[in-house]
Design a protein around this ligand. Structure first.
Ligand SMILES: Cc1ncc(C[n+]2csc(CCOP(=O)(O)OP(=O)(O)O)c2C)c(N)n1
Length: 192
């Protein structure tokens, strides 16, 4: 199993000027790693929508890479997005799936089918161009540069070591809800 920090570091090294859409536990780790926060969109309060928001940006800005950092529980909630993405097959879309087998930020409840879901198979059957699965840190870090320079859509399934921190992102305040639209405006300005 791979540490969240190692996935962030491997993506950060290659992200260039890609837009990165984040959520949940991986979003917190990404915040610490990102050196282009003006191009990041955290979506914590809209569970499951990372893939759809990233997909929309990828279609709207075909010249820009978009990397969506998704959670397994979140993707289950929006599984149909795989088919939308596979159907349009944007070459600039990279879908990283952090598989911890649980809903970590609500206390670590197991997701349905934990450990038995064929994520790369689901992506390929939905029309993704490629799908990879990693459990080993070195292999993931070695392969990431090549994968992120290939055309998408690509699913990068990463088995991560669970981190259960129930105070991440679930506090819904006016301020926390205002982060996403503010970052959307920031990214829109950067892409203009
Ligand atoms: C529609 C909806 N249902 C439930 C929740 C409560 N909720 C917030 S985060 C979360 C778990 C997310 O799981 P996952 O995507 O696997 O990320 P992890 O917490 O494991 O990092 C849940 C159930 C929510 N925010 N929105």
């Amino acid at each position: 199993m791979i540490d969240y920090q190692d996935v962030s570091a491997a993506i950060q090294r290659e992200r260039g000027d890609a837009v990165v859409v984040t959520a949940m536990t991986q979003g917190q780790f990404w915040k610490e790693a990102s050196d282009r926060p003006e191009l990041d969109i955290p979506t914590n309060n809209s569970m499951g929508k990372v893939s759809s928001i990233g997909f929309g940006i990828a279609l709207g800005a075909p010249g820009r890479k978009v990397i969506a950092l998704d959670g397994d529980g979140s993707l289950i909630m929006n599984l149909g997005s795989l088919i939308s993405i596979g159907g349009k097959a944007p070459k600039n879309f990279y879908h990283v799936l952090y598989d911890n087998g649980m809903y970590a930020i609500t206390g670590g409840q197991p997701i349905a089918g934990a450990g038995n879901i064929d994520w790369t198979g689901l992506a390929m059957a939905s029309g993704y161009r490629a799908a990879y699965s990693f459990e080993d840190t070195e292999e993931m870090a070695t392969e990431m540069p090549r994968i992120l320079s290939e055309p998408g859509p690509v699913l990068i399934h990463v088995k991560v070591k669970p981190v259960i921190t129930t105070n991440l992102g679930v506090i819904q305040t006016w301020e926390s809800n205002a982060v996403m639209p503010a970052q959307m405006r920031s990214v829109k300005a950067a892409l203009a």
